[in-house]
Ligand binder design. Structure first.
Ligand code: CTP
Ligand SMILES: C[C@](O)(CO)[C@H](O)COP(=O)(O)O
Length: 425
């Protein structure tokens, strides 16, 4: 039997030899890693930042894609490839996914093929898996079921497997704006990602095919003489390529997260001795400090409670009991990030955060924009989705007497409908 047609048998200890600590097993002992290519310019998507950084419903395309991969495979290491001049974006992703196994990013190349090869070399140098699933950062709607179909084919012994959709339109070859010919569509498929391969075979194929201008990894394997299996793709797993694809993506996200919930939060902290207050994660010079077990950031506490309320998921005190030494003096960004992470873990999105600070002093107006920007950064949403307002109580009550600051917040959260919660019944 030619080597190219022989089925792949992952060696029971493959990877262990080179310290395969990061990979998860895909069953039958084989270890799996994702290689996500985000090294392109996104030229066809129009002006602005490269498409992988552009927001869809307040979250970047790249973050949507990583969240979708990790939703079904939370322990699978991801080797990410970023544009060479933008490697520092890695820190943004570590903040957005603090508990996920993101390997040190690799720099991409001039073409997708170059970027994949550079990602494979990075994986080979640190955590070579048995199977690698190469995925476009520009396909944020990848589903767990589709990934499983690819993995199942690899577990069955295939060297490579790709999701694909049979072409359903009649195909024409164009010639100078006219139909030159009608092309039979029988046996034609549209290739998607993630494309899964035996790692060593794909690495060898990419090394051998460098510079051959191949647009997907199956083509690289085919050129190297390997057979690649077709598994069922998914129409929703389309690639964001043109400007109008963002609108299609947002419509799909809206349909998938139609369970819209609101929550409110309220908090108060008293003034004590000190020379600044911390509000919305920003230090503001003042004649007093706010007293509390943590950094007493009354604003971030109210926002954290609002999000937890929208999730019906307890409150800040139930997750971070005030008596516990761990939270003494804590930066309250940690609490808000935690609440935002609970939304993401349920496949949801934070649609809006609204905050009202209630105090006579310090004056909030000069800090309003930087406060909103910091809240947005911590929560991982766009700044246009955060509102910061302030009011006094006309010198009435404890805030009017300058004894402390109160904050109230509202959060709007979009979640997927969860069957086990009984829908609206
Ligand atoms: N040099 C490149 C080119 C592409 N990609 C990645 O490959 C995926 C699919 O490519 P495509 O949709 O063509 O992205 P771009 O090359 O960025 O788009 P364009 O061709 O419109 O510039 C994207 O996630 C893209 O970031 C990459 O990592 N390195
Ligand atoms: C890999 C791919 O997404 C499969 O459809 C596609 O080949 C990428 O092609 P592009 O030329 O980079 O858009």
């Amino acid at each position: 039997m030619p080597e190219s047609l022989r089925k792949h048998q992952p060696s029971p200890d493959a990877g262990e030899q080179k310290g395969n600590a990061g990979s998860v097993t895909g069953g039958q002992g084989a270890k799996i890693a994702f290689l996500v290519v985000a090294g392109g310019l996104g030229a066809r998507a129009g002006d602005g930042p490269a498409k992988q950084y552009r927001p869809m419903m307040g979250r970047s395309l790249l973050e949507h894609t990583l969240a979708a991969l990790w939703a079904g495979w939370p322990d699978a290491p991801v080797q990410l490839v970023l544009p060479e001049n933008d490697l520092e974006h890695e820190t943004v992703l570590h903040r957005a996914f603090p508990s996920r196994p993101l390997l040190p990013v690799a720099a991409g190349g001039a073409t997708r093929q170059d970027s994949v090869r550079m990602g494979l070399e990075a994986l080979a140098a640190q955590t070579p898996p048995d199977f690698v699933l190469v995925h476009d950062a520009a396909r944020p709607f990848v589903s767990g079921g589709l990934i499983q179909r690819v993995v199942t084919a690899l577990q069955g012994g295939d060297f490579g497997a790709i999701p694909a959709l049979a072409v359903s339109d009649t195909l024409k070859r164009g010639e100078d704006g006219l139909v030159g010919a009608t092309v039979p569509r029988d046996g034609l498929y549209r290739a998607q990602t993630p494309q899964g391969f035996a790692f060593a075979a794909l690495l060898a194929a990419h090394r051998a095919q460098e510079g051959h201008a191949l647009t997907d990894d199956a083509a690289v394997m085919e050129a190297a003489g390997h057979s690649v299996r077709l598994v069922e793709g998914d129409a929703d797993n389309f690639k964001i390529t043109y400007p109008q694809d963002f609108a299609r993506g947002e419509a799909l996200l809206a349909a998938r997260t139609g369970d819209v919930r609101t929550g409110t939060g309220f908090d108060v902290h008293r003034f004590g001795p000190g020379d600044h207050v911390t509000l919305c994660g920003i230090k503001i010079p003042y004649s007093h400090a706010l007293m509390g077990h943590s950094d007493a950031d009354v604003a971030l506490h109210a926002l954290t409670d609002a999000i937890l309320a929208a999730l019906a998921d307890g409150d800040i005190g139930s997750h971070f009991p005030p008596g516990e030494a761990d939270w003494a003096g804590m930066d309250s960004a940690h609490f808000l990030r935690f609440a935002a992470g609970r939304v993401a873990a349920r496949g949801g999105l934070i649609a809006h955060l609204a905050l009202t600070l209630i105090c006579e002093r310090p004056k909030i107006g000069p800090h309003r924009a930087s406060m909103a920007a910091r809240i947005a950064e911590i929560a991982g949403i766009g700044p246009a989705r955060v509102s910061v307002q302030a009011t006094t109580t006309e010198k009435l009550g404890f805030t009017g007497r300058g004894e402390g600051i109160a904050a109230q917040a509202a959060a709007t959260v979009r979640l997927p409908f969860a069957v086990e919660e009984g829908g609206f019944s």
